[in-house]
Structures are given as structure tokens and as C-alpha cells.
Design a protein around this ligand. Structure first.
Ligand code: ATP
Length: 221
């Protein structure tokens, strides 16, 4: 039996704004296994980002339990076992492309020369080596997101959580970014969970988790 990377049991999440409560998730039960390709879809405010944050240990549930059988504990998930890809502008402006890509490795206590080597290899593989020394402000939106993908891949994580990674790109650029991401993961056991409003991207995944007012329904394609 394959061990899950992350397992959620009856997870609920309530946010408080002063005295007002906002229910973001209602009793979500799901798991992610190695090699899974999961699209998280649903209207704005339906709980997609909340679920991703919980799966990555960035936040804690209000009710229910969450565990990472194949990864360890909440404290040792990042930056090497779980990587994130956010929407736009997640690169650090003062750092060059290669410095941005190697940063999670350095934060994970990887030796500097090894981190630089892994970052450059990833940039080469993604044909981004020609922009390795550029600053984020010198990149197009599509290039910046490809670098964000490279940064997520460089540490060879077991789980990638992507929160609308193509949200601010035009359709062809979004599709290209996704081609690059899926090509890079081809044959690997790295699991991918991607929150997206893009139906074309959702259809390229094996499983769809449909969110509606914090309630999840799993649809296997
Ligand atoms: N930090 C927070 N404090 C209070 N309420 C929050 C917080 N984060 C999210 N919420 C609320 O929780 C609900 C779910 O939000 P969430 O960001 O998870 O939705 P989403 O599906 O990712 O939306 P979008 O597609 O717009 O990114 C929303 O009603 C939102 O207003």
C-alpha cells in the first residue's frame, strides 16, 4: 500500500475577524499520494488557498486532523519536501534569478556550491540559463513564473502546492508554463496539487477536487 504524502481527516477551518467568523472549510477529507496530479477548482472564496496552506503546514485547522505520513512532521516539510508556487511576484526583487532559485536550498542547509549547482541544473533543464543573472524586474511575467516553477523544482520536492500559478498570465503563456511544469515532472513521483480557475489546466490533471463554499467533492477523471 502506497503511503500518503498528506492526509486530511474532517478538516474544518474558521477564520475570525474580530467577533465575526468566516467558515472557509467544512469537513474536508482527502489525501495526496506520490505521483498524484490534482486540480483544485471552485469559485473565488471557496477555500482553495486555505486547503493548500493547511496541506503545506502553513496554517492549522480549526477542527479535524492532518498528518504527513510520507513526509514527516509539520516542522520538517519546508523547504525541501514541500514546495510552493504562488501567483505572480513571488521572486525576491534584490536577488538574481539563480539566487532566487537556490534560496530554498540554502535555507534547507544545503551547502552553497551544491545549491548553486542544483539551481543552475534546474535552470538549464528549463532553458532558463540565459536569464540566470537577471533581476526579477528585468523579466516578463511568463519568464518570472517559469523561474518560480524552477525554484519549486530545484529542491526535488515530494509535493508541489501551486496556488493559481498561471492566474495573471494570458492563455497561451499559461498553457506554456503548465507544459514546462508537467514536462519537468514527467516520470517523477512528485505529487502536484494546483488551485486553478483555468478549465484547460484542470483537465490535464488526473483528479479534480471541486470546492464550493468550503465543501469539497472529489472527481476522478
Ligand atoms: N486570513 C484570513 N482571514 C479571514 N478570512 C479569510 C482569510 N483567508 C481566507 N479567508 C476567507 O476564507 C474563505 C476562503 O478563502 P480562500 O482564500 O481559501 O478561497 P479561494 O478559493 O482560494 O479564493 P480565490 O480563488 O479568490 O483565491 C473566503 O471567504 C475568505 O474571505
Amino acid at each position: 500500500m502506497i503511503e500518503s504524502l498528506v492526509e486530511l481527516q474532517n478538516i474544518g477551518k474558521i477564520y475570525w475577524r474580530g467577533d465575526a467568523e468566516e467558515t472557509a472549510l467544512v469537513s474536508a477529507t482527502c489525501s495526496v499520494k506520490p505521483g498524484d496530479r490534482i486540480a483544485l477548482v471552485g469559485p473565488s472564496g471557496s477555500g482553495k488557498s486555505t486547503l493548500l496552506h493547511l496541506m503545506g503546514g502553513l496554517d492549522q485547522p480549526s477542527t479535524g486532523s492532518i498528518s504527513w505520513p510520507g513526509l514527516g512532521t509539520c516542522e520538517n516539510l519546508r523547504p525541501q519536501k514541500v514546495s510552493y508556487i504562488f501567483q505572480m511576484q513571488s521572486l525576491l526583487p534584490p536577488l538574481t534569478v539563480v539566487e532566487n532559485v537556490e534560496l530554498p536550498l540554502l535555507l534547507g542547509q544545503i551547502e552553497a556550491t551544491k545549491a548553486r549547482k542544483a539551481a543552475l541544473e534546474t535552470l538549464n533543464r528549463m532553458r532558463l540559463n540565459t536569464i540566470a543573472d537577471k533581476l526579477p524586474e528585468e523579466l516578463s511575467g511568463g519568464q518570472a513564473q517559469r523561474v518560480a516553477v524552477a525554484r519549486a523544482l530545484a529542491s526535488r520536492p515530494q509535493l508541489i502546492l501551486a496556488d493559481e500559478p498561471t492566474g495573471q498570465l494570458d492563455h497561451p503563456t499559461a498553457q506554456h508554463l503548465f507544459d514546462v511544469l508537467l514536462d519537468s515532472l514527467e516520470g517523477s513521483e512528485t505529487a502536484l496539487v494546483v488551485a486553478t480557475h483555468d478549465q484547460a489546466i484542470a483537465e490535464r490533471m488526473n483528479t479534480i477536487w471541486q470546492m464550493q463554499h468550503g465543501v469539497m467533492e472529489v472527481v476522478t477523471c
